[in-house]
Write a protein that binds this ligand. Structure first.
Ligand SMILES: [Zn+2]
Length: 180
């Protein structure tokens, strides 16, 4: 996981290539966070029914946690529910504000001990990919699952490989960042 460097006591150093996102980002952290460009929290397991000495129905506590993320896309919600049946996960949304509204770049799901499960880019431009790839490094450890690693040959024949989940180049040269 990447460690934060502080520019001032209230502002971390970040370079995603998205100027407005970088300017607005004050900090990024794991777990329950409400920051300038991050909203995240634990999603309890479907099977968890106990809270503060009370008993709830299966899925009730999870639904309560998910309600905190009102604009979550249906496919991300479905994925979270699949992953958070017997265990809790952490759900992250990254965004910036313009004068009129909030622009969401994407969503990241990790286990509750910060292993990356999936990142989903939902933003309007290519820059959202760079935002999500960069911020993911501060909140998750990526196992580079083999099925999520893609390989290609560079112009000079060098075999290159990179991870679709975290964006890290694992072999060869840095690619022109394009869709596989
Ligand atoms: Zn990876």
């Amino acid at each position: 996981m990447k460690k934060i460097e502080w520019v001032t006591p209230n502002k971390m150093l970040i370079d995603t290539g998205h100027k407005t996102f970088d300017r607005q980002t004050n900090y990024i952290d794991t777990g329950n966070v409400i920051a300038n460009t991050q909203h995240s929290g634990y999603i309890r397991a479907f099977q968890q029914t106990g809270h503060a000495g009370l008993t709830y129905g299966p899925g009730e506590l999870q639904a309560f946690d998910l309600d905190g993320f009102r604009d979550i896309p249906a496919h991300v919600k479905k994925y979270v529910r699949e992953q958070a049946h017997a265990r809790s996960v952490i759900l992250y949304r990254f965004f910036h504000h313009n004068s009129k509204r909030t622009i969401t770049h994407g969503w990241v799901v990790t286990t509750d001990n910060y292993t990356l499960l999936r990142s989903v880019i939902t933003g309007p431009t290519d820059k959202s990919r760079y935002v999500i790839q960069e911020v993911t490094q501060y909140i998750a450890d990526c196992p580079h699952r083999p099925e999520r690693v893609y390989a290609w040959h560079a112009a000079d024949g060098t075999l290159c490989a990179a991870c679709c989940d975290c964006g890290q180049v694992l072999a060869g040269a840095a690619p022109a960042l394009e869709e596989k």
